[in-house]
Unconditional design. Structure first.
Ligand code: TRP
Length: 339
């Protein structure tokens, strides 16, 4: 049987952190074994709210690619490509935009939350919200359908976008005939990763992220400042590991000494400083193979570029095939000859 396609995307707005890895990418690494996989570096989508900062998006296209490669996305098994190299995505976006009402776009819960955040951030009335921004779910529908993505691995926050894609697919197919593949979301097992500061989410904007590219000093600083059981005052007070972020990370990273950590924390024989120092070691061991790969790719930018060029060429062929079907069924395939 032919493998199904998966398509997912990531906005190149910053280097990847542990939240990205445990929340999404570790799942992608597994999925690439079973599926024909496309990983999109969504620079066009990143520009919807970074249009005035193109340099940031440009730099992070390569940074994010290096992170994905270092985490185990294998260019021999998967396709990594850059969204803006595929004009068919922009073309599909235009045709799909006829199939979505403005009211429906404003009702999209993900977009709604993001608009609210913008209003809070800029203190405006929402008047700076652009057409491109409100419309990005339409462009995301084009991302998914251009590559016949049957499965879309995403976090919970993205479910309304996949739902919107499904509506567009239904509408397109009902008007123009069976053309597009209906995608299904695949939720990652690990949802949100908490921050060392106790925040429910690790995030760049929250300032609580551990980056794959962090140095030992940066990691030390972050871990030493982590939130522990606030009821523990003295070094030998017994404490509750379940409310301690250091314990949460020992568990997340997979410390083989976890039972001892738990026992000693509970009976008061382990001080928080020692426990944090152990976590620094465990974390450095975990990150070591990743940062070694990172350094390799940093020193060989030509290899990174080659992977992106080859991936984008392959992805473009796929998108062209979809585009042909779309044009034919939309009755805009006027000439056999390519223009
Ligand atoms: N919107 C996604 C995010 O912010 C990124 C993305 C772009 C995406 N295109 C996609 C996700 C297509 C899934 C499918 O994380």
């Amino acid at each position: 049987m032919e493998k199904k396609n998966i398509l997912t995307g990531i906005r190149p707005t910053g280097k990847l952190h542990l939240g990205h890895y445990f929340g999404a990418v570790c799942n992608w690494v597994k999925l690439q074994e079973e599926y024909h996989s496309f990983f999109e570096i969504a620079d066009v989508q990143a520009l919807t709210d970074n249009f005035n900062n193109p340099e940031k998006v440009r730099t992070n296209v390569r940074e994010v690619t290096i992170d994905l490669l270092s985490l185990g996305i294998d260019p021999l098994k998967s396709t990594i490509f850059v969204q803006s190299t595929i004009p068919e995505i922009a073309e599909l976006t235009v045709y799909y935009s006829n199939l979505v009402t403005m009211a429906r776009l404003y009702r999209n819960p993900t977009v709604k939350t993001e608009i609210k955040q913008k209003k809070a951030l800029f203190g405006d009335t929402g008047e700076s919200v652009t057409y491109g921004f409100v419309g990005y779910p339409v462009s995301q529908a084009a991302d998914i359908t251009a590559f016949e993505g049957a499965c879309v691995p995403v976090g919970e926050d993205q479910l309304p976008l996949i739902e919107q894609t499904r509506e567009i697919v239904h509408k397109f197919n009902s008007i123009y005939g069976e053309t597009l593949i209906l995608p299904e979301p695949v939720l990652s097992e690990n949802k949100r990763i908490k921050g060392l500061d106790g925040n429910e989410k690790m995030g760049k904007s929250l300032g609580n992220a551990i980056y794959l590219a962090d140095s030992k000093e940066e990691i030390e600083k972050k871990i030493m400042g982590a939130v522990t059981d606030t009821k523990k005052i003295r070094k030998d007070d017994p404490a509750n590991p379940e409310v301690c972020m250091v314990y949460y990370y020992h568990k997340l990273i997979g410390n083989s000494n976890l039972e001892t950590v738990c026992k000693e924390c509970k009976n008061g024989s382990r001080g928080c400083v020692a426990c944090k120092k152990e976590l620094v070691e465990v974390m450095m061991n975990f990150l070591k193979p990743i940062s070694e790969k990172r350094h390799y790719y940093e020193e060989h930018p030509e290899i990174v570029d080659k992977i992106l060029i080859e991936g984008s060429k392959y992805a473009r062929e796929k998108a062209k095939t979809t585009m042909k079907k779309v044009r034919k069924n939309m009755r805009i395939d006027y000439f056999d000859e390519e223009i």
